[in-house]
Design a protein around this ligand. Structure first.
Ligand code: SAH
Length: 340
């Protein structure tokens, strides 16, 4: 069975042609799936009944089901547990900002990167998501809220660069003018630093934002937090990021989760400043979302502020991530864990 919703328009045209229909039908079907976001073939009312039956025989229209929805009373942030066709589930988060609705998309069921502070990696990787399953997370939220999504961050469960091709296809399809037409500039992909795919991204011709989960000012501390640091050094990551900036003229964001006594000292801030200096880099400090049974304690508020001030004094572009939905707690990956 063909996963119809994962085909881009040229592929859909070819597929529809191969089963005996004209190319313009493919464009209609594409818009039914990706613009009107229908959940069944029978809603495609300008397609003949006999051709709809044919489509049902040879292809599947992937639709995700909302299993659980938790809404924050503080700020309207909503966490969804989305059930996939094979029974697996992933989390998707909707954040409401003045400038529009932003959706945090998962790219895999589980994760094999093993970051010690993260909940998503417990239990390892189950499988990667198809493009249709990433699209469905966004479509489902638009169906549920009746509101338009304008920003995408690929920062949910999974390592996007461990599912590179499908993530790239998702980015192209969600920004396609025949689909939701979300501006590439409003799409961010976050990686733990898989260097060869940072380099590949530079050559894609996409205007998306790259975020790197750095979390440490040197390899020794990074290795304590993230096994992937045994494979790639910070120097290699930064070099690939400099090339990304040169190639795309786009700023790179470095995520830095502050863990008490591990990476939050003034010395650490000084060392990080040296790495970030004189580049089109931005640092986003994340207070650790403490996960029970996982590594690390959240830094004290005073230390977080000091850390930020030190970077600012060194002329580094820095922000502290605003924490949304703190009352629906369930830190990254915890909803999936608690319901499986
Ligand atoms: N695998 C990708 C994207 C998913 S995680 C990556 O590593 O970038 C999105 C961000 O949240 C990453 O920076 C990740 O390191 C961070 N993160 C994961 N668990 C966290 C926790 N418990 N507290 C704070 N940040 C966390």
């Amino acid at each position: 069975m063909v996963d119809l919703k994962s085909l881009d328009l040229p592929e859909l045209i070819e597929f529809i042609g191969s089963i005996g229909e004209k190319p313009f039908r493919a464009k209609q079907i594409y818009e039914w799936m990706h613009k009107k976001k229908v959940v069944s073939f029978d809603e495609m009312t300008n397609i003949s009944k006999s051709f709809r039956e044919k489509l049902k025989e040879v292809s599947v229209l992937n639709v995700a089901k909302i299993d659980i929805k938790q809404v924050s009373k503080l700020d309207g942030t909503a966490k969804y547990l989305m059930r996939l066709n094979d029974g697996n589930a992933v989390e998707t988060v909707l954040m409401r900002y003045k400038h529009g609705n932003s959706v945090c998309v998962s790219s895999q069921v589980g994760c094999r990167m093993g970051c010690r502070f993260c909940a998503s990696t417990v239990g390892g990787l189950v499988r990667s998501l198809a493009p249709s399953e990433m699209l469905e997370q966004v479509y489902n939220i638009e169906r549920d809220t009746g509101e338009r999504v304008s920003n995408i961050i690929i920062m949910g469960i999974g390592e996007p660069f461990d599912n590179y091709e499908n993530v790239m296809r998702f980015v192209r399809m969600i920004s396609d003018e025949n689909g939701l037409n979300i501006s590439e500039r409003n799409i961010t992909v976050s990686t733990c630093g898989i260097v060869e795919n940072i380099r590949r991204l530079s050559k894609e011709g996409l205007h998306i934002t790259l975020a790197i989960s750095l979390h440490a000012p040197n390899d020794e501390i990074r290795r304590e937090m993230m096994p992937v640091a045994n494979k790639y050094t910070i120097a290699e990551i930064l070099e690939a990021c400099e090339d990304f900036v040169k190639e795309t003229k786009r700023r790179v964001t470095f995520e830095y989760t502050l863990v008490e006594g591990v990476n939050d000292s003034p010395e650490n801030a000084a060392e990080l400043s040296l790495l970030m200096k004189n580049h089109l880099f931005h640092v986003n400090l994340i207070p650790l979302n403490q996960v029970e049974g996982r590594f690390g304690k959240r830094s004290r508020q005073k230390n977080i502020q000091n850390f930020k001030n030190m970077l600012e004094n060194n002329h580094i572009n820095v922000t502290i991530r605003r924490e949304l939905g703190s009352d629906i707690d369930a830190a990254c990956g915890q909803l999936r864990k608690s319901s499986s």
